[in-house]
Design a protein around this ligand. Sequence first.
Ligand code: ZN
Ligand code: ZN
Ligand code: FE
Length: 759
Amino acid sequence: MELFQISVRGVVQGVGFRPFVYQLATKHKLTGWVCNTSGDVKIEVEGEREALDQFLVELESEAPPLARIEGIIAAGAPPQGYTQFEIRHSIAEEGRYQLVSPDIATCDACRSELLSPEDRRYRYPFTNCTNCGPRFTIIEDIPYDRPKTTMRHFRMCPQCQREYDDPLDRRFHAQPNACPECGPSLELIDGNGRAIACDDVIATASKLLKEGKILAIKGLGGFHLACDATNEEAIQLLRDRKRRPFKPLAIMLATLDEVKEHCFVSNDEERLLTSPECPILLLRWRENSSISRKVAPELKYLGVMLPYTPLHHVLLRETGLPLVMTSGNISEEPIAKDNDEALRRLRGIADFFVLHNREIYARYDDSVAIVERGKPQLIRRARGYAPYPIHLPFKAKQVLACGAELKNTFCATKEDHAFISQHIGDMENLETLEHFENTIELYKKLFRIEPRILAHDLHPEYLSTKYAKELAREFTLVGVQHHHAHIVSCLVENGIQEPVIGVAFDGTGYGSDGTIWGGEFLVANYKGFKREGHLEYVPLPGGAAAIERPYRMAFSYIFTLLGESILGQELPFLEEVDEYEKEVMKRQIEKGINSPLTSSCGRLFDGVSALIGVRGKIDYEAQAAIELEMTALDDIKNSEGYPFSIVEQEGVKIVKLKDLFEAIILDLKNRLPRGIISMNFHHTIARMVVEMCHLIAAESGLCKAVLSGGVFQNRLLLRLTADALEKEGFTVLTHSLVPTNDGGISLGQAVIANFAFSN
Ligand code: ZN
Ligand code: ZN
Ligand code: FE
């Protein structure tokens, strides 16, 4: 007889791990106990040595699907003479923390119960089990037990309680366990906030959707706004009410087969689409799809997800339509989560509200992903992923990094974990700031983090920077350059610590010299960076106005690079700019009035987009650049590309763009199709990266190149650039776990701050 004391670390709570241990111990005829603590799962098992060894092997190899084991420690101890195996009550331990599971899409077993008329959970919208359902959105503190979740208000009926207590049941200790007898329920409210009496909320909701109505539907982490995705009028109405004329909307489809009717789906894409994380995936849209083009005007990709809650499964089946399922908010505010909040904020947008009485504790948007070059890549990291941490290749201090402005996330490090928050949003209003502050407190509490070091962007006007500065008395502050953070975020998720060539292309980032950077070539590691080169500076006439109206960028490039005479030439985009505005821009640029200099690559895309007549004014961030990518005839293999030059000024390599603009203007005069000009332009940028990397490699001896920054959300550019670099012998590192856009900044900041004090 021998006894093992075992502790298991990772996501091992709320995922059916204890019943699994119970069954495993029983199978091997072992006695003892298993118990959750605030830190890890503790096990004592007693029995024959051979059985104990086998138990240890299977503990890892047979673990339940949602468990993520990060480490198992086992040690021998004197036998206690246990007579049975039992599951003991959770123990809270001071200062210890455990990993919390993200919310997980409805599993196959629950789905089939949901759709079986004879099952007691037939059509029950809150069905879940230990393998699926809400987790992070309902947990208020650890250990993860029902009284510490928003499910504590519901008392289980005898049948549910029996499932909950039975170690052999799929719902053993499933904290959100519920049924129609005892669990949460739906309610239908009209646009004026009055309850509508109806026996069957889902049936009525489906009927309303089929009639073209707009519904606000409460989900896992907040509200969606839903309407029929084939109904042009309904979509237009939703766009008018949401004040979003062009921004692409996400779609939910009932089944994978239906997705394939509307989109092309590769094997890798299918795997991600049907995974327990169930993100929105951007898929190539079929020409003959019946989904209205108004869902994603001018785009080749459609954001698609499958149903991930029981409510979605029933609703989608009974409606029989593809549904628009977009975040329940107006423009850039955070997603609405509470019933009264939704009724207030979404009034005037939704015709009806489908509410329920299971409280959402944490706001949690849908994640968005793509698969490019065979690799999944998160563009927005939230549901299904956060708050699961990124593994750090070093032992971390407790640091809180406040992130950037747009697509904000924050990141807290502890031990070998980087807890990146779920997507918070654009920090441009008080609602988002409040969401940011509340979520920081939640992470500090859940993961028992007490940071003393605060990392922030260098941009003095970011709300995240201001948040950090206000806490300067209590914390040590570390300011981190934006593009350095981009590159390091990509290094960390790839587990690399050595110096690399970093290519950081984005719209805007505050430079160390006070100018606006965004087309940067760095040599960087965690400890620091050197700016080896960048795109040449041009003025942003009118600052923010030049971002909202890309024709101002086009004007700035041609006027700055080619001089006054170019304005006399026949350029279609110029004819649409009024004479007065042209004069204002000229004065702004010549005198440097409200025209900060920028080396931004995002602005270069904007400028070219406007110049060739793709998009001169935008409705959502990066729209002009995105539509330029969509315009490109990407089946052209042997594009020439345009000329450019690289000069060295005071030890820094500058990419000069005069030749590029002259060549594009010549093609415009020769009436070359926009699709070809755009394709040539993409090839040119890829070649710029390759040539700059060669120059930097020749001096530094480095052969790893990192691609990061929002511009690399451009799939065509990412593909062309990464392929070209690899062909020339570089090892290319790209993003996968964290967004290449500013959603990844906080991770880079946190890691750089960790190394700011070491020598
Ligand atoms: Zn389930
Ligand atoms: Zn029940
Ligand atoms: Fe950025």
